[in-house]
Design a protein around this ligand. Structure first.
Ligand code: GRG
Length: 298
């Protein structure tokens, strides 16, 4: 299978579906909804929703209808987009470019950008908990809400972001860097895989394997992000290259140099692929996605 073609098809499908599930334009809150839609539809690889849907297909039986899981996949992208909007704010990374376009606060102002992020985060939980959307049991919805809240909140992405900011220009040890990567980036990636596992009714053994896969993939993803920040151009990245060093952030290349960082990324990809040993050829897209994470250029 050609993974790039699979990813493109999935990205197109998810973007169509997000158009369907996102708040409609207009009405009294038109400017707020515009700001949310601007960042949600500004491009992006859609890796988290793709992981969710692909994991569900791996464990699901023949009756699985992927459309039942689409609201959850869209919710993951809403949360990811909120995190990027807030990450770009002047109080955080103060970036003016994201996905090759002006950041949310540059266009809408800081207050509206904060609210666009808040709106997307909250909308995500509305999508998952709305019984009229998709055919999931109440228990599945509750488990999915819980796993996402944990991954996105203070013991996951938000906590990791806090530690990341506090660690700028500090002499942190490798354990702290690993904690930042695991919580800030890895947690939402792992949970994207696991939401698919819950929606597809994974067995305990399948769930454990997918958890190991998600954790290794999340690590590989962040190591490659660190590498690209050093090796790629702003044009290619669609966001400021070299920004980690400029901000005094601890990264894998800062700890180990580029060559050893590449080796560690490859080791994480290999671990992710090994974790899928219990699955048959249905898991090919997950395996190839792990390799793609290493070779991606933005
Ligand atoms: C709660 C005020 C407040 C802020 C939260 C949690 C947070 C802000 C920010 C952390 C999220 C963050 C920027 C993590 C870095 C992860 C990362 C590598 C993001 C880029 O992901 P891609 O490459 O992006 O999937 P695309 O553009 O493809 O969607």
């Amino acid at each position: 299978m050609e993974i790039k073609q699979y990813l493109n098809e999935q990205k197109t499908f998810i973007e169509e579906q997000m158009g369907h599930y996102m708040l409609e334009e207009g009405g009294p809150f038109a400017r707020h909804i515009d700001a949310m839609r601007y960042s949600l539809f500004a491009g992006g690889k859609r890796i988290r929703p793709i992981l969710c849907l692909t994991a569900a297909k791996v464990v699901g039986d023949n009756d699985l209808d992927i459309r039942d899981i689409v609201p959850v996949a869209c919710a993951l992208e809403c949360i990811h987009t909120y995190s990027l909007i807030h990450d770009d704010l002047p109080a955080m990374d103060n970036d003016e470019l994201r996905r090759g376009k002006p950041t949310n606060h540059v266009l809408y102002g800081e207050a509206q950008a904060i609210l666009a992020g808040d709106g997307l985060l909250t909308w995500a939980f509305e999508l998952i908990s709305d019984r009229a959307l998709g055919n999931l049991t109440a228990e599945q919805r509750l488990d999915i809400c819980n796993i996402i809240a944990k991954a996105a909140g203070s013991s996951g992405m938000v906590g990791g972001q806090s530690l990341d900011i506090l660690s700028e220009n500090q002499d942190i040890d490798f354990d702290t860097l690993a904690t930042i990567h695991r919580s800030k980036t890895g947690a939402l990636i792992t949970c994207s895989v696991l939401t698919g596992a819950i929606a597809g009714n994974a067995t305990a053994k399948q769930f454990a394997a997918l958890k190991e896969y998600g954790e290794a993939l999340g690590l590989a993803f962040q190591i490659v992000d660190d590498l690209l920040n050093v090796t790629a151009t702003t044009e290619k990245l669609g966001k400021a290259a070299g920004s980690d060093a400029a901000r005094g952030k601890a990264t894998y290349p800062a700890f180990f140099g580029v060559k050893e960082t590449r080796n560690r990324a490859i080791a994480a990809v290999e671990k992710a692929i090994r974790s899928l040993a219990i699955f048959d050829k249905k898991a090919v897209p997950l395996r190839e996605l792990a390799t793609y994470i290493y070779t991606r250029s933005n």
